[in-house]
Design a binder for this molecule. Sequence first.
Ligand code: GRF
Length: 212
Amino acid sequence: MKLAVLISGRGSNLAALIEACRAEAFPAEIGLVISNRPDAAGLALAKQAGIATQIIDHKTFDDRASFDAALDAALHASGAELVVLAGFMRLLTDDFVNGWRGRMINIHPSLLPAFKGTDVHQRALDAGVKITGCTVHFVTPEMDSGPIIAQAAVPVVAGDTSETLAARILDAEHALYPHAIRLICDGRASFDGTDHKKEADTVCPPLISPSI
Ligand code: GRF
């Protein structure tokens, strides 16, 4: 399956996907990496790996619709079969999202539906949860609300700060994202936009079993 990965910054999930795709048996390859920010560090990771990159700078567009139209054209031109959001920090229009329904996924650093949005690690600490984690889900117009494909649980430990917790969750993200993509490639997770509860096969062993 041909992937297009959308980034805005660091690109550590992109790096994990590049590594996963190096394995002969992995059922996907990255055809294109797009960043909406010219200074995204992840662009260099893609170039080093010999992957085509494209910058579509949102600041050069008048509105969200025209930015999304450019993004859409680039994705179709690349032959992408699955759009992988990996730290892509732009809200997308409903039209764009609906056009890629069932073919666009995102990773979020919490156990959704808990802690949608931003500042998730501090909010998890403030709430006093003992287990948090990360989620890969199909993207739907409502932010962080699409059908869940896979999750990994991560324990909160005494003395955690948002930085230490974020780092522990990030490690889990790097294992979870390739796992979720494999589920889609194998036909074990899908979403046709109508009834994901029937469509999605959520069979997924817990990647992390916290012992507290
Ligand atoms: C990750 O924590 C991901 O869950 C969130 O944005 C962050 C991206 O990090 N959506 P990176 O750019 O992949 O290092």
